[in-house]
Design a binder for this molecule. Structure first.
Ligand code: SAM
Length: 426
């Protein structure tokens, strides 16, 4: 989502002020930090980066420094107070106002702060995305209304709101005309999607997947992130019905302990989660399921953690992300005693990741010898004489092939595997 937002910022500044991106801070007229506050470490990094940028600005007073994203949203004016080198502060819902804020800064000579939530206005004001390669992200909804006790997102990105289906379809159709073959529909909880322009319940996420995959030129559709709470049978059925829908779902579970899930206010039990997975696999037997886990939530005992490991054994996830719990200011869980020691949190994270990595390696190994349909998106990262593509279950495959294959679907036989990356042959 932050990659999507950063691209939009770059497009806006190109359209309004003719600014071109550079990867060298010393060359820049405007430096934008797009920030994340989901964990403390990411939040603190912003201030250490600003310390370095203040030195750069000392020698170049005209340099404009802007801070966007969720740290900006959470801290607002306090950013300018703590880091006076900052000229602009804007939130995820005001990024479209970046050009005006830049002008106001130059005209007034004063720092500008706008971290309000004008909601849908954002999408109407954004320029069309630049197309680079055959894949693209498309935001379909913003914000979150789940209020999990650990999570800062509802406070920084605002409540859930869906983008009108006609606007999503127009954007995807335009991308398809410009050569995009695979779109990833984006949102905090995409399965909460409901077309705001239709009568209540008229067009939900399962319907949206259907109409997006019906668009000419679109050959593969992914989405991220979904939430177990609104993972409806209609959505599960869509996985059986829509061949263009990728066989891969990232479905954060966070914990396998019902006690911890209740304290997190996730709204489901481990059994209910397993029931979704079982029905997804009935609908699409080869589906790859990955997840997010938090270890060391306040009060998490060894037995709770063991329940998480048991869930991993039962579900057999294909790759996952694990995070050490980080108390976020303003969230309900921040008032609970953060009573799991740092050593225990780290040790649990290692045990968890060892298990999920092993399972991902097992899935990769089973792919050796199979034939996979791969969308070629460019050159391999290490050996740029080779090409790189992605399988339906989102594995990277490197292989030898001609330039003209970039942007096309090809069939590869998987010949080898190194960690998560596969090798293939045409
Ligand atoms: N909307 C999704 C959900 O919760 O189902 C995920 C969105 S969140 C931006 C991405 C991941 O960050 C979460 O799934 C969670 O594992 C992790 N996360 C969120 N808040 C956290 C916190 N306070 N400490 C550690 N990890 C956290």
């Amino acid at each position: 989502m932050n990659v999507y937002d950063s691209d939009k910022m770059a497009e806006l500044l190109r359209a309004s002020h003719g600014l071109e991106p550079t990867s060298h801070a010393e060359e820049a007229d405007v430096i934008v930090l797009n920030t994340c506050s989901v964990r403390e470490k990411a939040q603190e990094k912003v201030f250490s980066d600003l310390g370095r940028l203040a030195e750069l600005k000392a020698g170049r007073p005209d340099l404009v420094i802007a801070v966007g994203g969720c740290v900006a949203s959470q801290e607002g004016e306090a950013i300018v107070a703590r880091a006076p080198c900052v000229d602009l502060v804007f939130g995820p819902q005001t990024l479209h106002r970046l050009p005006e804020l830049l002008d106001a800064r130059r005209d007034s000579g004063r720092p500008q702060v706008d971290v309000s939530f004008p909601e849908i206005e954002k999408f109407d004001a954004l320029p069309p995305a630049r197309v680079e390669g055959p894949t693209a992200f498309v935001s379909i909804m913003e914000g979150c209304s789940k209020y999990c006790t650990f999570c800062v997102v509802p406070y920084t990105r605002g409540e859930e709101f869906s983008r009108p289906a006609h606007a999503v379809l127009a954007e995807v159709a335009d991308l398809a005309l410009r050569g995009v073959k695979e779109v990833t529909l984006l949102g905090q909880n995409v399965n909460a999607y409901l077309d705001p322009d239709g009568p209540e319940g008229d067009l939900d996420f399962a319907d949206l997947l259907q109409v997006v995959s019906d668009l000419p030129g679109i050959e593969r559709v992914r989405y991220t992130t979904s939430h177990p709470l609104e993972f409806s049978q209609r959505l599960i059925d869509a996985h059986a019905r829509l061949p263009k829908l990728a066989g891969q779902v990232h479905l954060p579970v966070q914990s396998g302990s019902d006690r911890v899930l209740a304290a997190m206010k996730r709204g489901y039990t481990a059994l209910e989660y397993k029931s979704i997975v079982r029905r997804l696999r009935e609908a699409r037997p080869d589906i790859s399921i990955s997840s997010d886990f938090i270890v060391g939530f306040p009060g998490e005992t060894e037995a709770d953690f063991q329940a998480t490991l048991d869930l991993i054994d039962a579900v057999r996830f294909d790759g996952s992300y694990g995070f050490v719990y980080s108390a976020r200011p303003g969230t309900p869980a921040a008032s609970l005693a953060d009573d799991v020691t740092d050593d225990t949190k780290r040790e649990r994270l290692q045990r968890l990741l060892a298990k999920t990595d092993l399972e991902a390696a097992r899935v990769s190994a089973t792919m050796v010898g199979t034939r996979q349909r791969v969308l070629v998106d460019g050159h391999a990262r290490r050996d740029t004489s080779e090409l790189r593509g992605r399988t339906d279950n989102n594995r990277v495959v490197n292989f030898k092939g001609g330039e003209r294959l970039i942007g096309q679907f090809v069939d590869l036989t998987i010949t080898d595997v190194a960690h998560y990356t596969l090798r293939g042959a045409l």
